[in-house]
Ligand binder design. Structure first.
Ligand SMILES: CCCCCCCC/C=C\CCCCCCCC(=O)N[C@@H](Cc1ccccc1)C(=O)O
Ligand SMILES: [Zn+2]
Ligand SMILES: [Zn+2]
Length: 512
């Protein structure tokens, strides 16, 4: 008994000592923290663009039903009309002697802006024209009506966030640049694919082919849709987090199927194919893939730790002691998608009639694969968890592993610094963070052109009230967000020329 008491006292003393050390370490880190780097407010005289003129164009763009349903299955009529609308809405852009526009594979749009300094490697801004379908009965607004809130501050429509806001914002920024008589030093492309939501095989893939054919084999950087400025990601965090996607998770669509004897439902087996499959799916949902707390996550947590309120600042700034605790906390809520391979049962079919034993049942699971895992690992573990020979697990085509991580040292890596600095110009009080994008983009088609590939959508989204609208119901965007996005792209176009971001990678870019 005495020994046990001594052990408990020793343990308690150790715990108290560790806590004291952690608090002292946090205090020292806080007082010694160098002032946040002053955002490089580049060329403040660059000007500011309001969204007054853009807003009606954006609303019109949202009304085109450019829905993609499956690879090669999309609304060709509305895509064609949307592209025609864009070409007619920005006459200054398309009449400029420095701009070339090409329709690629009938519905995608490649806009080439030639730079004065042909020795500078061009960059590429990507967005996409298509949207996912609308389940209208779930919406409180017409999914393609572009209806506004009473005060005109918000518009509701599919594509408001993903991704027509970026199509319009990039064109508005270019239009403003041209209206000021500016020809950029560094050339660039605006690449608008028309089937991103079904893999980009007909759109971005064909734009990439066109660039390659033209002899454009290098891009200074690629920026596509992605993480946003996240509001209230964690309770108590005073600043918004501007995630910059320096990689993106892999995507694996798995088909699970069960085939069994049919027959009359009055003489049923112990389990029908639907029951067998349901049990397998329930096991996979109950046994999530492991939490992975990698270096990027570690750096991210440390980068926000000293801004967290007590005691979270102590816990998150002492990962040497509290890493297991923080890892478990991150595995809750939306941040779970950053620390593990996610499992989403997205499709289920089975059964013919109420009185017929179903001979077949199938389901589709979408895994978004953590950058530290592979497709093979995920399939092997799934098979072990299901552990039922009656269930056939087959990977569907179009799956891919996570992307390479783009260089993202804010001092050494100019393209990352350019995007970070431009974000800080628009959102001076955010914490920028290199993170994995939890979803996927058309960047998969541009990886061979540059190692500097980023995924960021320059809008502020409240994690609780807005994220679920992406691919969900009542998608919407505020006028303020559209305005910020336009100014982000405009400043990016200007900053890409800035001497603060000297390009040491001179290469002779071919004709744009
Ligand atoms: C601590 C950080 C936590 C991070 C939380 C996550 C925050 C997420 C914020 C924004 C996510 C926006 C995603 C926008 C890009 C997605 C575009 C898209 O929908 N792409 C499709 C592509 C695809 C994939 C597979 C088959 C067909 C198409 C997708 O990802 O589904
Ligand atoms: Zn998208
Ligand atoms: Zn999408």
């Amino acid at each position: 008994m005495r020994k046990a008491l001594k052990f408990v006292c020793a343990l308690l003393s150790l715990l108290i000592a560790l806590l004291v050390v952690s608090c002292i370490r946090t205090f020292l880190l806080t007082v010694s923290r160098s002032a946040a780097p002053t955002p490089c407010h580049r060329n403040e005289s660059q000007g500011y663009i309001t969204s007054e003129d853009a807003w009606p164009r954006f609303k019109k763009a949202l009304q085109f039903r450019t829905v993609s349903n499956a690879p090669h299955v999309y609304n060709r009529k509305d895509l064609q009309e949307f592209v025609t609308f864009l070409l007619q809405s920005y006459p200054q852009v398309f009449q400029s002697p420095h701009v070339r526009r090409d329709i690629i594979n009938e519905y995608s749009l490649l806009i080439s802006v030639s730079g004065k300094n042909r020795s500078l490697t061009p960059y590429l801004l990507a967005a996409h024209l298509d949207v996912v379908p609308v389940v209208q009965e779930e919406w409180t607004h017409d999914g393609f009506g572009a209806e506004e809130e009473d005060d005109g501050s918000m518009v509701y429509a599919r594509g408001a966030i993903d991704d027509k806001s970026n199509v319009i914002a990039q064109l508005e920024a270019l239009s403003f640049l041209i209206s000021k008589g500016i020809q950029p030093q560094r050339g660039f492309f605006l690449a608008f694919g028309h089937d991103e939501e079904v893999g980009g095989h007909d759109g971005a893939a064909r734009i990439a082919e066109e660039l390659w054919k033209r002899g454009i084999h290098d891009l200074d950087f690629v920026l596509d849709e992605g993480l946003t400025v996240l509001k209230d990601l964690f309770q108590g965090l005073p600043n918004n987090i501007a995630g910059i996607g320096v990689t993106e998770k892999g995507s694996l669509h798995l088909n699970l199927s069960v085939h069994s004897e049919g027959g009359h439902s009055s003489m049923p087996p112990k389990q029908t194919s639907i029951g067998i499959l349901s049990a397998a799916l329930a096991k996979l949902e109950a046994n999530q893939h492991d939490i992975i707390f990698d270096e990027m996550t570690h750096n991210f947590v440390e980068s926000i730790s000293l801004d967290m309120p007590f005691p979270l600042n102590v816990v998150t700034s002492n990962l040497w002691l509290f890493k297991p605790l923080v890892a478990r906390a991150l595995a809750k809520g939306v941040s779970e998608s950053m620390v593990r391979t996610t499992t989403a049962v997205t499709m289920f079919q089975g059964g013919l009639k109420p009185n017929v034993i179903p001979p077949t049942a199938w389901a589709v699971i979408n895994h978004r694969i953590h950058p530290k895992q592979t497709i093979a690992e995920i399939i092997d573990r799934n098979r072990a968890v299901v552990n039922d020979k009656r269930v056939t697990i087959t990977p569907l085509p179009g799956s891919y592993n996570a992307h390479p991580v783009s260089p993202h040292h804010p001092k050494k890596d100019r393209p990352y610094r350019l995007i970070r600095d431009t974000l800080l110009q628009i959102y001076p009080n955010v914490v920028t963070a290199p993170l994995p994008l939890v979803a996927n983009t058309d960047t998969k088609h541009y990886l061979s052109f540059s190692k500097h590939v980023f995924r960021h959508n320059p809008i502020v989204l409240d994690v609780k009230t807005e994220l679920h609208r992406i691919h969900g119901r009542d998608e919407r965007l505020s006028k303020a967000n559209l305005e910020s996005a336009i100014n982000f792209y405009y400043h990016l176009m200007m900053n890409a020329d800035s001497d603060e971001h000297p390009d040491k990678s001179h290469s002779h870019s071919s004709e744009l």
